[in-house]
Write a protein of this length. Structure first.
Length: 248
C-alpha cells in the first residue's frame, strides 16, 4: 500500500468497511447480495460509505464502496446503491450522532428471535448476551420495505439511546462509533442469539443469571476497551494473508 493511502483516513475507513463485509460472509452473517453496511466518511456528517448494489460481499473491495449523501445521491463510485440501503442508513446516520457505523443484516439466529411473537434476546442466558444488557431496542411491528425517509426515521426513533435494534420479521441493525466496535457487537449478537436458540430447542427452561450478577458482568464487559480493536485487527490480518484484494 502506498504511503499516501496508508495515511489517508478515508481510505482506511474504506478498508475497514470492506473487511467487515468480507468477514460477514465468512461468518454466515450475510444474505445474498442484500443487506447493507455503512460508515460516515471520517471528518464529515453528510458523507456516507456504503456497499454497492449487486456485488456479493465476498467480492467487494475498498474501491468498490460508494460514497453517497443523505439523500442517496452518488458522490463517488461506479455503482448504484439499493434504495432501502440509504433510506435506512442515511436517516440513522443523520439523526443518531453516535452511529458513525450502521450494520444491517438478516443473520439467521438473531433474525429468528425477531420472528417470535414478543421475541427478546434473553440477556442473562449467556455471557455473550450480557454485553447487550440495556443496549437493545425492539421494533415489534413489521412495516414492509423501507422505501422512504419516514420509515428510516421510524426505525431511528426506535433505536433512541440503544445501539442495537431488533426489527420484527426482518433482521437487526447494529450501530457503533466505528467499524471495529459495530462489527464486534454484530458478531457477538449472533453468537448470543445462536446459543439461546439452541438452548430453547431443548424445550427446557433457560438458566438466567441473577440480576445483580448480570448487571456487574455487563459493566465489566463495557469497561474493557481493548478486546474490540484487537479482534478486528486480527480479522484484517487474516484477510491480508488470505484475501488481500479486499484492501484494493
Amino acid at each position: 500500500m502506498s504511503t499516501s493511502r496508508r495515511n489517508d483516513p478515508v481510505w482506511q475507513a474504506r478498508i475497514d468497511l470492506a473487511a467487515a463485509l468480507r468477514w460477514a460472509v465468512r461468518q454466515g452473517l450475510h444474505e445474498g447480495i442484500c443487506n447493507h453496511f455503512s460508515l460516515l466518511v471520517p471528518g464529515t456528517r453528510d458523507r456516507i460509505l456504503i456497499n454497492p448494489q449487486g456485488l456479493h460481499w465476498s467480492e467487494v473491495k475498498a474501491s468498490d464502496l460508494v460514497m453517497i449523501d443523505p439523500d442517496g445521491n452518488v458522490l463517488e463510485g461506479d455503482h448504484t446503491v439499493e434504495a432501502t440501503a440509504y433510506f435506512i442508513h442515511a436517516r440513522i446516520h443523520v439523526n443518531k450522532p453516535t452511529a458513525a457505523c450502521v450494520l444491517h443484516t438478516h443473520m439467521p439466529f438473531a433474525t429468528s428471535i425477531t420472528s417470535i411473537d414478543g421475541g427478546r434476546l434473553e440477556y442473562g442466558c449467556t455471557q455473550n448476551g450480557l454485553r447487550f444488557l440495556g443496549r437493545t431496542a425492539y421494533d415489534d411491528e413489521y412495516n414492509g420495505l423501507a422505501l422512504d425517509h419516514s420509515e428510516g426515521d421510524r426505525m431511528c426513533a426506535k433505536l433512541a439511546e440503544a445501539e442495537v435494534l431488533f426489527l420484527a420479521n426482518h433482521g437487526v441493525i447494529v450501530t457503533g462509533p466505528d467499524v471495529a466496535t459495530a462489527y464486534d457487537d454484530l458478531y457477538y449478537l449472533e453468537r448470543a442469539a445462536q446459543v439461546q436458540v439452541y438452548a430453547q430447542w431443548s424445550g427446557r427452561p433457560l438458566k438466567i443469571a441473577k440480576p445483580e450478577v448480570a448487571a456487574r458482568t455487563a459493566a465489566q464487559i463495557a469497561a474493557d476497551k481493548t478486546q474490540t480493536g484487537l479482534h478486528f485487527a486480527a480479522l484484517k490480518r487474516i484477510l491480508d494473508r488470505e484475501e488481500p484484494d479486499y484492501a484494493q
